[in-house]
Design a protein around this ligand. Structure first.
Ligand code: C5P
Length: 218
């Protein structure tokens, strides 16, 4: 089996990152969590009070942002933001700033640069459709909004992050709407992606299913 890329899209809280991490271990590949990159931009814009309607400020801000990954840590201009970018307010802010063309242009470019040597697993909203349309493996993970809210709630509790189920559920519904109805690269199923509905599956079952799909393709 030669080097290949895996592209995974899907809505918030469907478990893309968890599965991508496990696949990365199994196939000795590198996982790039593209959602974390949008979260970093949102965090920076929020802290620096960038006016989203002012395209010059947006571009200047984008030019001064450096995102780095080290193992499971995320760094924004050398600050460890791994936990702070997971807060609910940043999730909503990420969904908002991800509509901007300048933001998408910068992050899509970085993601394509990283993945060009193959051996990467990217997960996000536009990976199969825009970032890596030529990826060897393309998966769309889906699950009901209730199942996703419950999972995200459990994940927060486990990580010791303050959480309220109802707020998470409402945020997931609102983010789905924003991500699917925006003009630039809306979340949609690529024509040649394999859809995996994970609502009633355990992590292990999802992993097995996706590994079967991968082994059929590569
Ligand atoms: O995946 P995650 O929930 O961390 O992503 C946060 C937000 O970033 C999403 O709601 C979406 O608006 C945006 N995003 C995107 N394109 C990607 C990854 C994330 O627009 N490839």
């Amino acid at each position: 089996m030669g080097k290949f890329n895996i592209a995974i899209d899907g809505p918030s809280g469907v478990g893309k990152s968890t599965i991508a991490n496990l696949l990365a271990q199994h196939y000795h590949m590198t996982h790039l969590d593209t959602g974390a990159m949008y979260r970093c931009v949102a965090y920076y814009f929020k802290n620096n009070q960038i006016d989203l309607n002012d395209s010059e400020s947006v571009q200047n801000a984008l030019d001064s942002i450096q995102i780095a990954f080290d193992q499971d840590r995320v760094y924004l201009n050398q600050e460890d933001v791994t936990n702070s970018i997971r807060l609910n307010e940043i999730s909503m802010a990420a969904s908002k700033i991800s509509k901007l063309e300048a933001v998408r242009k910068k992050l899509v470019f970085l993601q394509q640069e990283i993945a060009k040597n193959k051996g990467y697993i990217l997960d996000g909203r536009d990976i199969c459709t825009v970032v890596l349309p030529d990826a060897e493996v393309k998966i769309y993970m889906d699950a009901s909004s209730k199942a996703r809210a419950q999972r995200r709630y459990d994940e927060y509790v486990q990580k010791g992050i303050d959480a309220d189920y109802e707020t998470i559920f409402q945020d997931i519904v609102a983010r789905d709407y924003q991500d699917m109805h925006r003009k630039n690269s809306p979340l949609r199923i690529a024509e040649d992606a394999v859809v995996v509905d994970t609502s009633d599956l355990t992590i292990e079952e999802v992993l097995n299913k996706i590994e079967d799909i991968i082994e059929d393709i590569v």
